[in-house]
Design a protein around this ligand. Structure first.
Ligand code: HEM
Length: 531
């Protein structure tokens, strides 16, 4: 026995025996090495096809490169690396950034069916009744139905025209306030005035003249929009670092805040819908649904008329109404305020615009009516230039890829947020020339370098309302308000800076959000002209 053991030990210690033992280990290692190599190759192949990325940090990814004004920093990154389509990792969140008209066309037109969804958002889920609105709803049957409802019944050209008297009346109210300030030689807070105007107009469209006359109610709506917008437009840290969601502390705080806001919205909207329901006359249904010009047909009434046809619950109705407040108030007010700033900084343009408006509106007429706007080509060029240079929704609203998609030789994976930097594209000298950063409305006039360029979604260098399936459905509604208000602001009033200040002192700092806002108030002194 001892001999056998000895023999065995001898065999073991002999080189041949070691070879026999090591061989399987060696084969195992070789196999592992080949597997790891293959995995590396596959990853490399996939990476080779992903959009290019700037160098990133561990864990943070590119988060540290995105500052407080993401449209600025994303433009700088794209320019520095020459990437018109780039992939960033914000913490754990992959984001594709689009910075050229060709890439925007690929995302918003050629592959629109892949990129037409929205990322999930905890806040939208709570505030928008389970994303039952149009702006936040993921792409699918519900969104298609709700969008069809809005574009065929609420925001049609005819409906926008039928609100013309409402707009003219609201404009008259604002002009009276400006007139009073002019009489007293006082300054007006231009942003506040314009915000009230677009808010009152939205209230009027949603609930009709009689309900919106209640001043307190209008103010409540305004306050709620102001309180909800930052939460709705902001990023939340758990979206970047999902592992934090396991602890759930932050999401509980955000959810609690969102639920408080939703209760406030509920209270207001339920009361309004109840009021309307008590006056609802089914006989009027056919007329409203066929989009007749009846000014009493406010949006709540119309939703009541079509709710069966579209299978709407009350929550769906409230969510759709919220889109009018979130889509229509801040955007149009910001466009107007930005335009006034640019006009103050460019007295030549202001004078030319005033001359056009004053030459077209008949002498003695105090308010510019919508019929007077027809011949105002320069007014339209000024607004377009403002939409280009000071795009109020600089990154549009985030899109979301529903499948992986090959775009111009690279592959955008499924489940990625896509941000189109419309602001950067609108200021890129490659498409707008050397004066791209200047406010020059003439470029949009006949004979100008951008004479044929429009905002309807066919010119991908100019995307203030976006393009494709998710394009803004409130474009006509918003533009009608902006045009008539701007014409009136410059018709009977000259505008001056407060004593001791100059136009070049106007603070241009901005606060980022879905809609970008000026940080500082714009205080200007109106001077009344007698026309
Ligand atoms: C001048 C004013 C306006 C501007 C600059 C503007 C701009 C935009 C932009 C850039 C988008 C995002 C499109 C995308 O994600 O690709 C959008 C979406 C939207 N806008 Fe507007 N908008 C304005 C006025 C309005 C008004 C007045 C309303 C309603 C009364 C409205 C309702 C909406 C809705 C519901 C969406 C979501 C569309 C969807 O996701 O299908 N907007 N808007």
């Amino acid at each position: 026995m001892a001999n056998i053991a000895q023999q065995f030990m001898l065999e073991l210690t002999a080189p041949r025996a070691w070879m026999l033992l090591l061989l399987p280990l060696f084969l195992l290692l070789v196999r592992c090495w080949f597997r790891a190599k293959r995995a590396r190759e596959i990853r490399q192949q996939q990476d080779d096809h992903l959009p290019p990325s700037p160098p990133a940090l561990p864990v943070l990814g590119h988060l540290h490169l995105v500052g407080s004004l993401p449209h600025f920093s994303l433009r700088s990154l794209a320019r520095k690396h020459g990437y018109d389509l780039m992939l960033l990792r914000l913490g754990a969140m992959p984001v594709v950034v689009v910075s050229s008209p060709a890439a925007a066309e690929a995302v918003l037109r050629t592959h629109d069916h892949v990129f037409a969804s929205r990322p999930l958002s905890l806040v939208a889920d709570v505030v928008m009744y389970g994303t039952s609105d149009i702006g936040c709803a993921p792409y699918g049957d519900y969104w298609r139905r709700a969008r069809k409802l809005v574009t065929t019944h609420l925001l049609t050209v005819k409906r926008v025209q039928s609100l013309r008297h409402a707009r003219e009346e609201e404009v008259s109210t604002v002009m009276a306030q400006i007139g009073e300030a002019a009489g007293a030689g006082a300054a007006v807070d231009v942003g506040d005035l314009l915000g009230s105007f677009t808010n009152d107009l939205a209230c009027r469209a949603v609930m009709g003249k009689s309900s919106s006359r209640n001043d307190d109610r209008s103010k409540l709506f305004r306050q709620l929009v102001v309180d909800t917008s930052p939460l709705l437009g902001g990023f939340h840290v758990e979206e970047f670092f999902p592992f934090l969601a396991r602890f759930g502390v932050l999401s509980r705080v955000v959810r609690a805040k969102s639920e408080r806001l939703r209760r406030r919205w509920d209270e207001l909207l339920d009361r309004l819908i109840d009021d309307h329901e008590s006056k609802y006359k089914p006989t009027m249904a056919a007329a409203a649904a066929s989009d007749q010009k009846d000014e009493d047909d406010d949006f709540i009434h119309i939703l009541l008329y079509v709710r069966q046809e579209y299978g709407l619950t009350r929550e769906h109705m409230k969510a759709i109404l919220l889109d009018v407040f979130f889509g229509g108030i801040d955007t149009a007010a910001a466009v107007l305020e930005n335009t006034v700033v640019e006009l103050m900084k460019k007295p030549r343009v202001m004078k030319k615009l005033q001359a056009e408006v004053r030459s077209i509106v008949p002498k003695g007429q105090e308010i510019v009516g919508e019929a007077d706007l027809n011949g105002m080509a320069y007014l339209r060029a000024v607004i377009k230039e403002s939409l280009r240079l000071r795009t109020v929704t600089p990154l549009l609203a985030p899109h979301f890829s529903m499948a992986s998609c090959s775009v111009d030789g690279v592959v955008v994976p499924a489940g990625v947020r896509v941000l189109v930097n419309a602001w950067a594209i609108g200021r890129d000298p490659r498409y707008w020339g050397e004066d791209a950063e200047e406010f020059v409305p003439e470029r949009f006039l006949d004979g100008g370098s951008a004479a044929g360029v429009g905002f309807k979604g066919n010119d991908f260098q100019f995307l203030p309302f976006s393009a494709g399936r998710r394009q803004c459905p409130g474009m006509n509604f918003g533009m009608a308000a902006v045009e008539v208000m701007l014409a009136n602001l410059v018709h009977r009033f000259d505008w001056e800076m407060q004593a001791g200040k100059e136009a070049r002192d106007i603070d241009m700092s901005e606060e980022f959000g879905l809609v970008v806002h000026r940080k500082e108030k714009l205080l200007l002194v109106p001077k009344l002209l007698h026309v």
